[in-house]
Design a protein around this ligand. Structure first.
Ligand code: ATP
Length: 355
């Protein structure tokens, strides 16, 4: 059964009065606040400095209250105030990154989902163990440049937004490669990228069953990445490198995509494997996660990364997507989170969806 990481009394007040949905004002926060409002919850936005002005432009995505801090590291100091608000923190990529995974994990405030997942996702080695032992196909890894076959992408750990990644067409192109830090040399998978937005509910009783709950597909996007997406216009990679222009993978936006319908069973299988293995390894992943992969011309989906929380690509679907519309009208990921909190509270199962 569920994750039940907490002592029985820890979420006592949460059960007595409705939770307040709280998150950091960034990334996918408009959608999270909008989802909370739609499901009848109060919301709190933690911000650095004065409340960001752009929220005034989006009244339905504005939190009910702002909690400003001078620096992100001061967020831990907000714990008492957040607990007085009966807050449940919704993690998103920027929230976890700005605070630091360890600090986020240690926050003495209830978090939506199983916070144990952070340790598995923020460590690329552990993430690979999880995915490979789940039977998910991933890009090959080469221990040394001499072993390389075909094109590769070299990823330095902690290279934010893929800055510092580089591509090599073959083994020869790696001649003289001197790594400047911990890195992996990974097969460069040729194909089409898909970022698949899943939601796993451990308390849902119907749908696509996995474990004791069910797996939902809410949307899909492809990331716009600068400068790699437009680099081809300038000519061949080699020439560009000689001119000192290196490819980078900085996400600047997202575009909606759908997958050939006949490929849906494959991505559902991947999602289900990841969830099932997470239950065995650390008590289960709960809520939103994103499988980031490449569909090859052989129609093989190879996963290069997962994000174990709401991804910014879901911002495309505040009013629903081609997939979520088949679950419930106007179901954004932010609203799905709030709905899970509501259902869990109404059925006395909050401890299974927060930690
Ligand atoms: P994130 O912001 O998702 O944490 P990151 O810095 O951890 O990004 P990745 O997500 O691993 O980096 O990769 C960044 C981008 O590089 C991907 O979106 C994709 O365009 C490309 N990429 C990564 N791995 C591969 C691969 N094995 N083959 C082809 N392209 C890849």
């Amino acid at each position: 059964m569920g994750i039940a990481l907490s002592g029985p009394d820890r979420f006592g007040p949460l059960a007595d009065r409705p939770p307040t949905v709280a998150t950091l004002c960034s990334h996918s926060s408009l959608q999270i606040f909008h989802g909370a409002r739609t499901e009848g919850f109060r919301s709190v936005g933690i911000c650095r400095g004065p409340p960001p002005r752009f929220y005034e432009a989006f009244p339905l995505g504005r939190p009910d209250r702002f909690l400003p801090v001078q620096e992100y590291r001061e967020i831990a100091g907000l714990a008492d105030e957040l607990n007085r608000e009966n807050a449940v923190l919704v993690p998103h990529g920027s929230f976890v990154e700005y605070l630091g995974p360890e600090k986020f994990q240690a926050l003495p405030v209830p978090v939506f989902g199983n916070r144990a997942v952070i340790g598995w996702e923020s460590d690329r080695e552990k993430e690979r163990v999880w995915l490979e032992s789940a039977g998910v196909r991933m890009p090959k890894r080469f221990a040394a440049p001499e072993d390389v076959e075909g094109p590769v992408i070299v990823k330095y750990y902690g290279a934010k937004g893929g800055k510092g990644f580089f591509l090599a067409k073959n083994r020869d192109a790696l001649t003289g490669f001197r790594p400047t830090g911990p890195h992996v040399i990974q097969e460069y998978v040729l194909g089409t990228r898909y970022y698949v937005h899943f939601f796993y509910s451990p308390i849902s009783q119907d749908g696509y069953r996995v474990g004791h709950g069910s797996l939902e597909l809410l949307g899909m996007d492809r990331r716009d990445e600068a400068n790699i997406d437009e680099l081809y216009k300038l000519g061949a990679q080699e020439e560009l490198l000689r001119a000192g222009i290196r490819p980078t993978f900085v996400v600047t936006g997202n575009v909606p995509v759908v997958l050939r319908e006949s490929l849906l069973p494959q991505v559902f299988d991947v999602g289900a494997r990841i969830v099932s293995r997470s239950i065995e390894l650390f008590g289960g992943m709960v809520g939103p996660f994103c499988v980031e992969g490449i569909m090859t011309e052989e129609l093989d989906f190879k996963v290069f990364e997962i994000s174990t929380r709401i991804v910014a690509g879901t911002n495309l679907f505040v009013g629903g997507s081609a997939y979520s519309d088949l679950l419930r009208p106007q179901l954004s990921m932010g609203r799905r989170i709030a709905l899970e909190l509501r259902t869990a509270r109404e059925t006395g199962r909050l401890a299974e969806v927060i930690s």
